[in-house]
Design a protein around this ligand. Structure first.
Ligand code: CO
Length: 280
């Protein structure tokens, strides 16, 4: 029997504290000077606070074009509204996979006035052929995100991809994403095959993880994996929660300015013109 080659940790880094929207404090993990992107992933933000002042301003009306925003709520409630008449409430455990395509203008505002607000926003690039596609949503409540239990003490919420025959609901053929929320009891291990050539990262948000060849990896560390066939993580002496995300790189030029991500500078200028003339 051939054991799969484990993917080594190629880079390990911590996110940067920043704020976005109307003063929402968050940790930017991908999309910083130290890691501008990880094709096809353009940005990863972790937001998490019990202080209303850190999140109550929310993200008032702003545009997107040329990529997808993926919001995964762990705690708290956020109301989403766009200029095409779509509206929804993101509740704990829900996922919104939004394909901005040729353009939407939306707001993402906290519905709660106090308590814990926690989650992630990931930006996934679209290939040139899909950048001007019709905007669409894949939105799933917590009850529609299936959970795999591949072994004792290991629970995996499958947002995208397949674990132990349990398939996540998200469909995106362009990047074939994997998005898993992994909970490990102390000392338990999880191994997952990730297609060779797919970019892959893990972000620990509770506890401490052990990975071969690395020191212990604490909460708040991002691990970017090198080439190989599978990723293996082991919990330290306390329960662990982490996300594991992977996807097929697009290998196309990236022209990026704020909420617009296209292939050329001319397309970025066009995005500004279209936005300012109300074509989103
Ligand atoms: Co947005």
């Amino acid at each position: 029997m051939n054991l799969p080659a484990l993917r080594p940790v190629a880079r390990r880094l911590r996110g940067m504290p920043t704020s976005d929207g109307a003063g929402v404090r968050l940790t930017r993990v991908i999309g910083t000077n130290q890691l501008p992107d990880l094709d096809p992933f353009l940005l990863l933000d972790e937001f998490g606070s019990e202080k209303p002042g850190d999140y109550i301003g929310g993200f008032p009306s702003h545009p997107h074009r040329g990529f997808e925003t993926v919001t995964y709520m762990l705690d708290g409630r956020m109301r989403h509204k766009d200029n095409h008449g779509n509206e929804g409430l993101l509740t704990p455990g829900s996922v919104q996979w939004m394909t901005a395509g040729r353009g939407i203008v939306h707001s993402e505002m906290p519905e709660q006035e106090q308590g814990l607000m926690r989650g992630f926003q990931l930006w996934v690039n679209l290939p040139a052929k899909d950048k001007m596609t019709t905007p669409q949503y894949q939105e799933f409540g917590a009850d529609r995100i299936p959970e795999a239990r591949p072994s004792d003490g290991v629970r995996v919420k499958v947002i995208a991809g397949t674990v132990d025959g349990v398939e996540g609901p998200v469909r995106q053929p362009a990047t074939a994403p994997t998005y898993l929320d992994i909970a490990l009891e102390p000392g338990k291990a999880f191994e997952h095959a990730v297609p060779s050539g797919h970019s892959a990262f893990a972000y620990v948000y509770e506890g401490v993880v052990n990975i071969e060849g690395e020191d212990v990896v604490p909460k708040g560390d991002l691990l970017v994996f090198g080439p190989g066939e599978a990723i293996r993580v082991t919990a330290g002496g306390a329960p662990v929660r982490m996300i594991l995300v992977a996807g097929r790189p697009l290998k196309e030029p990236v022209a990026r300015y704020g909420p617009f991500v296209m292939n050329t500078q001319a397309e970025i200028r066009q995005a500004f013109t279209d936005y300012q003339s109300g074509k989103f």
